[in-house]
Design a binder for this molecule. Structure first.
Ligand code: SF4
Length: 232
């Protein structure tokens, strides 16, 4: 029998941040919960909470083959500085990479499906719950986000859903967390290099993702575990 998402929401939906994470890793989800991280601009905050609660929790890092070199280096920096001991790097397979070559130029939905949705769907089949760093403050589809959601097959956990930009910044300072190198160049949400731009002061955090292309999510947050994937 699967995990009862409604019971988890009832028992733990009032918690957030580290308290939520700590409660869930000791719940029925023990051994069945993983974190997804892009190692982007704000990722250090969630990963810091993970390191405090359980540094051996699986952290799934999707390397699409189109990430910035700075992101790949930042992953190692955070892994070392936070003491994370179970980062699992997943990648598209050879056939997906062949089909996706240069696809970002004229079919971004298909490119995201091949480079993100499919590889992630394979990686998360052993888990009942996925923890991510989404926040309501990011706007767009995220403005009504709950800390625990029933994703029709996977439970989605967003411990930072209620955190404001100011609280994220305060956590960086309080915990002296290293910054993604591109933040200094005004990148506020960082994904694949062809689809990520810096943003102007006052613009929404995710305005630099697929800018001008009518897209704000890559599809992996809206689909179901075991069917289409879920995560970063
Ligand atoms: S974000 Fe851009 S490059 Fe990355 S998978 Fe999606 S379309 Fe392709």
């Amino acid at each position: 029998m699967g995990i009862d998402a409604q019971r988890l929401i009832r028992d733990f939906g009032h918690l957030d941040g580290k308290e939520l994470l700590a409660a869930l890793v000791k719940s029925d989800l023990e051994g069945r919960i993983a974190v997804t991280s892009s190692f982007g601009a704000e990722s250090a905050v969630l990963l810091d909470l993970v390191a405090e609660v359980e540094p051996g929790l699986p952290v799934i890092f999707l390397d699409t083959g189109e990430l910035f070199d700075e992101t790949l280096e930042y992953r190692y920096q955070l892994e070392r500085s936070l003491g994370l001991s179970n980062i699992q790097v997943i990648r598209p397979n050879a056939e997906e990479l062949r089909l996706a070559e240069d696809l970002w130029r004229d079919d971004i939905d298909r490119c995201c499906e091949l480079r993100k949705v499919r590889p992630l769907a394979r990686a998360v089949t052993g888990f009942d719950a996925l923890v991510d760093g989404r926040k309501r403050a990011h706007g767009f589809e995220r403005q009504h986000l709950a800390t625990i959601e029933d994703g029709n097959g996977v439970i989605k956990v967003s411990p930072l859903a209620n955190w404001s930009a100011e609280e994220i910044e305060a956590h960086f300072i309080r915990r002296n967390l290293p910054r993604h190198p591109l933040v200094a160049q005004n990148y506020r949400s960082i994904g694949c290099w062809p689809c990520t731009r810096p943003v102007d002061p006052g613009q929404p955090v995710r305005a630099g993702r697929w800018a001008g292309q009518g897209k704000s999510e890559c599809g992996i947050h809206t689909l179901s575990l075991g069917v289409d994937g879920a995560g970063i």
